[in-house]
Design a protein around this ligand. Structure first.
Ligand SMILES: *[C@@H]1O[C@H](CO)[C@@H](O)[C@H](O)[C@H]1NC(C)=O
Ligand SMILES: *[C@@H]1O[C@H](CO)[C@@H](O)[C@H](O)[C@H]1NC(C)=O
Ligand SMILES: *[C@@H]1O[C@H](CO)[C@@H](O)[C@H](O)[C@H]1NC(C)=O
Ligand SMILES: *[C@@H]1O[C@H](CO)[C@@H](O)[C@H](O)[C@H]1NC(C)=O
Ligand SMILES: *[C@@H]1O[C@H](CO)[C@@H](O)[C@H](O)[C@H]1NC(C)=O
Length: 374
């Protein structure tokens, strides 16, 4: 009996210190738990028209490939687009928001590329830029590498630690400065045809109060601790990150709220249009690429996703539209049941944690603080 109890305690200590799987988006159910942005995104002024879920599904722009089990998110390459029209594409964001203390691991077999193509895998808080943005993958046209960035309100800057693998560019993270604080990947095969030929790879992001850290591994270099583990993860074994934004010059708790994950493929727009000639020759981005036949220009403009996994430390919060707010470990579920037990107002609790019925801002921040502290 004594041994049994000791064993249990030891197991609990291990459990409490690890990041536990909070949500996996993969396989047949990949598209459960996402919102499809429906319409034109004026903020990014591109030449993509984003389709809602049913239109994107029937146009085969968002589906799960039955042979690989991988999710595909793509630009329309089957339509002849007449001059002055936009080309159909997809932008999806998770319904859940993941707080500080989360780790996002994304395994891609293919990333969208091609002239005019501007893909991104990124995260954002509920209020932009107040609650921050993390650009994990963002590239344009036929660029040969991935570029990472943070976008925040004024006052956050990037101090490059000595062990960062990537090469820092702009150091002011102020969203209104344009690019945000950028880091260019220096490892090979982080984007484009080279990424696909190498069999894809894995991007991992640790969203921690000590800083934000992004790793990239080409397929052959993916650590076995990542490929072998579906339930827990330990970033402390991953070595030097490609991008590291320590909180010493950007207090993560201050500049970032809980984040939702976003995947989108824009066309032309500010970045891809202004740098079009660098990799795609002379001519106009829209006239040369977007209009007329979609193939072959857009044949490579797709994400192929093996999985997106969100891991969370015990102290992290997950805010779901279904009205459940939990951590991955014992702490937050304890907090939730404690709340339910202490008050009979379960209706009020559901209202508090349901983003659909809640005006985000101070009430949500208070709730997150309350849950994090419990
Ligand atoms: C951030 O951008 C705003 C708007 O352009 C500007 O007023 C502010 O001075 C900038 N802050 C910093 C630290 O660059
Ligand atoms: C992880 O999940 C994959 C896909 O479901 C499965 O094939 C594999 O066996 C799992 N690995 C572990 C260590 O559970
Ligand atoms: C695209 O870039 C070209 C070349 O820099 C420029 O002439 C054109 O005005 C830009 N188009 C848009 C819509 O910004
Ligand atoms: C679109 O691209 C895919 C490859 O991504 C290709 O198999 C398909 O034939 C293309 N569609 C058309 C209509 O050319
Ligand atoms: C939450 O847990 C993580 C991982 O154990 C740790 O790095 C971080 O400092 C913790 N944050 C808080 C606010 O306790």
């Amino acid at each position: 009996m004594q041994t049994f109890i000791t064993g249990l305690l030891a197991a609990q200590v291990t459990f409490a210190s690890a990041y536990q799987l909070a949500h996996e988006y993969s396989g047949k159910s990949f598209f459960d738990g996402w919102n499809f942005f429906d319409g034109y995104d004026y903020d990014q002024s591109g030449d993509a028209m984003y389709l809602g879920q049913s239109a994107a599904t029937s146009a085969n722009l968002a589906y799960v490939d039955s042979s690989s089990g991988h999710a595909i998110v793509k630009v329309d390459n089957a339509t002849d687009v007449p001059w002055n029209d936009k080309r159909n594409s997809v932008e999806i964001s998770t319904q859940d928001f993941y707080g500080v203390g989360s780790v996002f691991v994304a395994d891609f077999a293919h990333l969208p590329y091609g002239c005019s193509v501007w893909p991104a895998f990124w995260t954002r808080g509920k209020v932009w830029p107040d609650q921050g943005e993390i650009d994990i993958i963002e590239t344009v046209n036929l660029m040969g590498y991935n570029q990472m960035a943070l976008h925040t309100t004024s006052g956050c800057s990037h101090t490059t630690p000595a062990n960062q693998v990537g090469s820092s560019g702009e150091t002011n993270c102020n969203a209104t400065s344009g690019s945000g604080c950028t880091v260019a990947e220096k490892k090979a095969n982080s984007f484009g045809a080279d990424f696909a030929t190498a069999g894809g790879g894995v991007f991992a992001t640790q969203f921690d109060e000590s800083g934000i850290y992004i790793w990239f591994w080409s397929r052959a270099d993916v650590p076995s601790t990542i490929s072998a583990s579906n339930t827990t993860i330990d970033p402390s074994t991953w070595g030097a990150p490609s991008a590291a934004y320590p909180s010493s010059s950007c207090a993560i708790d201050t500049y970032f709220g809980a984040q939702q994950l976003v995947l989108d493929i824009n066309l032309c727009g500010q970045w891809a249009n202004s740098t079009y000639s660098e990799t795609c020759g002379s001519g106009d981005c829209y006239l040369n690429s977007v209009i007329n036949a979609g193939s072959p220009t857009y044949d490579t403009a797709y994400f192929e996703i093996a999985y997106l996994r969100v891991f969370a430390a015990d102290n992290a919060t997950v805010v779901s539209p279904s009205g459940t707010t939990t951590g991955s470990g014992t702490k937050a579920s304890g907090g939730a049941s404690a709340t339910a037990a202490s008050g009979s107002s379960s209706g009020a609790m559901a209202l508090l944690v349901n983003p659909a019925t809640l005006l985000w801002g101070s009430a949500a921040a208070l709730l997150l603080t309350y849950l994090a502290g419990n």
